[in-house]
Design a binder for this molecule. Sequence first.
Ligand code: SF4
Ligand code: SF4
Length: 82
Amino acid sequence: ALLITDECINCDVCEPECPNDAIAMGPDIYEIDPHKCTECVGHFEEPQCVQVCPVNCIPVNPQWVESRETLWQKYHRLQTPT
Ligand code: SF4
Ligand code: SF4
């Protein structure tokens, strides 16, 4: 999963781009739900939020480093209705 750092300027452009609805406004800045972020695996070649972020504040979450396979599994899990 990716992570939004405190360099975020709350410009709002990433939130609508996320195919997994993983981005939401937090108490101060936008936040990514690591349970929902597949790093765009299953949807796009590149993480869409990283593509649009004007201040480049979306690195990999060091607490949630995942292999491509794990990200695919998350993608498939998210497609399954609960
Ligand atoms: Fe959403 Fe993709 Fe960004 Fe993850 S990398 S938060 S799935 S847009
Ligand atoms: Fe914050 Fe970047 Fe998203 Fe803008 S695009 S709200 S600066 S994380």
